[in-house]
Write a protein that binds this ligand. Structure first.
Ligand code: GLN
Ligand code: ZN
Length: 767
């Protein structure tokens, strides 16, 4: 009787982003289809062999993807929207990529419209993005890709009997979007199931023993109908095949769905014990049916810390005591897609720091060691257990991590620090008098077009190829130019343009103590786009001012009002790997204090308007609505900590770039920024409804210029949007600005667009 190990998915992009390069070169015509497919096969082989060598019992297959696993599922079931041309038989790789990226019909004379890509959205509360299945009554499901079968056979040919992974039918439908209001996606379940049945039967025919079916939608708050859909679906699938079905859930606890999940006719149920900490006890208490095994999601699949093996072993023992060792499977909390591949790719980190971390391969070693230890191998596993203990001790004692000044400061936070001196009405009057801005003041969100020259100069400076003075002189010329252009355009509140910043989190992280940066720790964000999140490893503090030099310089170049630009604490937290030895709230408070100091220094340097960007504020929301209030409380507190240290005459701006506010509007009011700019142009200002209902008390700049498109918006178009805004907002409350920063655009688009925006504001003012 032994305990087995399983991985739910391995990072597919390659330790050096080989897949990104191969796919992009294929798109550009620099690699043939054969070369692309060969690279894919090569990565799969490497990843399978590695996991197999590490001693993992269930190595996954079909976790590989050329773009996205949900898109793979669309291909598998033939959910190809009508606008994409295909033969209705098999979805080939070009059809597949066109669904992800759309089709540009540049070649067709006079027609530049093309075919729109499928919509992309965030995968639960991760920074991974998936393509949203489009479902309609006309969707005709049929097995249209044999990828899952092919990859199983491919691995088998190498002597590795894998456990294929696929996204389950209920999650697939719940994550999809129906094209008509009256169609509930679950209405399509009955038609979808035969395709799954066929895929499973074909897998069994090729010799597969087991399959992993991911049903992450089981962590949502489901209604009765949705729970019933689960029961029905798995009865069908279970009856259709002899394959062992391992059902995987992750990212949260199952909550009210736990009984439904435990009673499904499957062979094992995977529980995320990192995000859903207490649910092993809940499951044991409810009662695990005798024919069901539990798969324990022990090692954090979403973070990079070395696991606490002794503590995890206790959890394993609890499960074994209740179920017996052969009914317990050990694994990561979720697919390892969300962590970097290999710590060996980080020669820049010293051994001591490396001790703290564990990337994908390290996590598999940890899982295998836990199982081996459980199965009686003490000597062989002791070294890894010892390293785990050392890492914990070392982190607890490290002077680099632990800064008592920071901890004391956080302990000393009091309510007064999160309140401005006067209320919003008083501040508004004071600021109005101080600034003398026109009605409907015009401004931008911060960044202006980033050029190759900027990127080259930043890189050259970082690599010490050019001197500090040369670099600084370069940035100054960029600022001067940007200010001049804004004066010429006629904007009311100017910005310095952010030319010194490559990334809005990295720029600050590099200047703060407590952050670690990696060279190759890439994580897939979507398709071929990867990010390298900073690691917040220690107590955060700010040794020196971070932006004052550039903002002061900008301020000296003009008589107009200059707005300083900072990234907010919640966004910095949200876009980093965060330490696991204290709460997120605690870490966020530390960052907030550092930003607070920067805000005050900017104020001291004469900057009268300061914007604290929080584009990731909404993404921090927990998956379950019942936990929102707790998050919003500390997130709002952190924003206020960062922003409330200034006098009434200093105007605090914030920016969020999405258009969903209704459900968090109270929190946004509580943030108490003097001005908030938001994305609004695409929704034609519809979202302002929620601000209206509430009688939003502060100033708002709903975006009137869609910066995601290269198109130059006309004066009339933007006038209309301003009038739409004024239907809801008072004229002395509204600002005029683009939806977001302009760094991805070119000056040839930006200049005329902003000129039109200024003219639109002027013409509305005069009418
Ligand atoms: N100030 C940032 C910019 O203009 C804001 C970016 C963002 O909202 N994501 O680029
Ligand atoms: Zn934005």
């Amino acid at each position: 009787m032994t305990t087995t190990t399983a991985n739910l998915g391995f990072p597919r992009i390659g330790a050096h982003r080989e897949l990104k390069r191969a796919v992009e070169e294929y798109w550009n015509g620099d690699r043939s289809k054969e070369e692309l497919l060969a690279e894919g096969a090569d990565l799969r082989e490497r990843h399978w062999r590695k996991q197999d060598e590490l001693g993992l019992d269930f190595v996954p297959s079909n976790d590989f993807s050329y773009y996205d696993q949900v898109l793979d599922t669309c291909a598998m079931v033939g959910a190809v929207p009508d606008r994409f041309p295909w033969d209705g038989d098999t979805v080939d790789i070009d059809t597949y990529f066109s669904m992800a990226r759309g089709i540009q019909e540049k070649d067709l004379e006079g027609d530049t419209s093309g075919v729109q890509a499928m919509e992309m959205t965030k995968w639960f509360n991760t920074n991974y993005h998936y393509l949203v299945p489009e479902l309609s009554r006309d969707t005709e499901f049929s097995l249209s890709s044999t990828k899952i079968i092919d990859e199983y056979e491919e691995a088998k040919g190498m002597g590795i009997d894998t456990r294929p992974v696929l996204i389950g039918p209920v999650s697939f439908l719940l994550l999809g979007k129906t094209q008509s209001e009256d169609l509930n996606s679950l209405d399509l379940l009955e038609e979808l199931l035969p395709v799954y049945t066929e895929a499973l039967q074909r897998l069994a025919d090729t010799g597969a023993q087991a399959v992993q079916i991911d049903e992450p939608a089981l962590v949502f708050e489901l209604d009765n109908e949705e729970q019933v859909a689960y029961t029905e679906a798995y009865e069908v699938l279970n009856n259709a095949t002899d394959l062992d079905i391992h059902l995987a859930t992750y990212f949260e606890s199952l909550g009210d769905n736990l009984p439904t999940a435990l009673d499904l006719p499957v062979d094992s149920l995977h529980l995320d014990l990192v995000r859903g900490e207490g649910q092993l006890d809940d499951a044991l208490e409810y009662g695990v049916p005798s024919e069901l095994s539990l798969s324990l999601g022990l090692v954090d699949g979403r973070n990079i810390w070395r696991a606490d093996l002794d503590t995890l072993l206790e959890t394993v023992e609890t499960a074994i005591d209740a179920l017996g060792s052969d009914r317990v499977i050990l694994g990561p909390s979720c697919s390892l897609l969300h962590v970097p591949t290999d710590l060996d790719a980080e020669p820049g980190l010293d051994d001591n720091t490396k001790l703290w971390f564990s990337f994908a391969t390290g996590k598999i070693e940890e899982i295998v060691a836990l199982a081996d230890r459980t199965n009686g191998d003490k000597t062989g596993t002791e070294a890894l257990f010892e390293r785990s203990r050392q890492a914990i001790k070392n982190r607890a004692e490290s002077d680099w991590i632990n800064d008592s000044d920071v901890q004391e400061r956080v302990d000393g936070i009091d309510d007064a620090m999160t309140r401005r001196d006067s209320n919003r009405d008083v501040r508004r009057e004071i600021q109005r008098e101080a600034f003398d801005l026109p009605e409907l003041p015009t401004t931008t969100i911060g960044s202006f077009p980033q050029t190759d020259e900027m990127r080259e100069m930043r890189a050259a400076y970082k690599n010490e190829e050019i001197s500090q003075s040369k670099y600084e002189a370069f940035i100054e010329t960029q600022i001067t130019e940007t200010i001049e252009r804004q004066e010429e355009i006629g904007l009311d509140v100017l910005v310095h343009g952010e030319s010194e910043r490559g990334d809005m989190v990295e720029y600050f992280g590099r200047q703060l103590d407590g952050f670690i940066f990696t060279e190759n720790a890439w994580v897939q964000s979507y398709g071929t786009r990867c990010v390298r999140p900073p690691i917040i490893a220690g107590d955060v503090s700010r040794p020196e001012p971070m932006t004052v030099r550039w903002l002061s310089y900008a301020d000296e170049q003009t008589d107009e009002l200059v707005k300083g630009m900072l990234t907010g604490p919640v966004t910095i937290l949200q876009w980093s790997f965060v330490r696991d030895d204290q709460t997120r709230a605690e870490t966020c408070r530390q960052i907030s204090l550092a930003i607070r100091d920067e805000v005050r220094d900017l104020e001291d340097a004469g900057i009268q308007a300061i914007q604290i960007d929080e584009p990731a504020f909404r993404e921090g929301l927990p998956l379950r609505e019942s936990q929102w209030a707790e998050y919003l409380e500390w997130a709002v507190e952190c924003f206020r900590l960062a922003s409330c240290g200034v006098a009434d005459e200093t105007q605090i701006h914030t920016h969020m770039c999405y258009a969903e506010f209704t459900d968090i509007i109270d929190a946004i009011v509580d943030m108490d920024a003097d001005v908030i700019s938001i994305e609004a142009s695409r929704s034609k200002m519809e979202l302002l409804g929620s601000f209206d209902e509430l009688d939003y008390p502060n100033d708002i700049g709903p975006g009137v210029y869609d910066i995601h498109s290269p198109q130059i918006p006309s004066i009339e178009e933007m006038e209309d949007l301003i009038y739409n805004g004024l239907d809801v907002l008072d004229e002395d409350q509204m600002w005029v600005n683009p939806d977001c920063g302009l760094k991805t655009r070119r000056w040839v688009e930006v200049e005329p667009s902003l000129k039109n925006m200024v003219k639109a504001a002027e013409s509305v003012r005069e009418s």
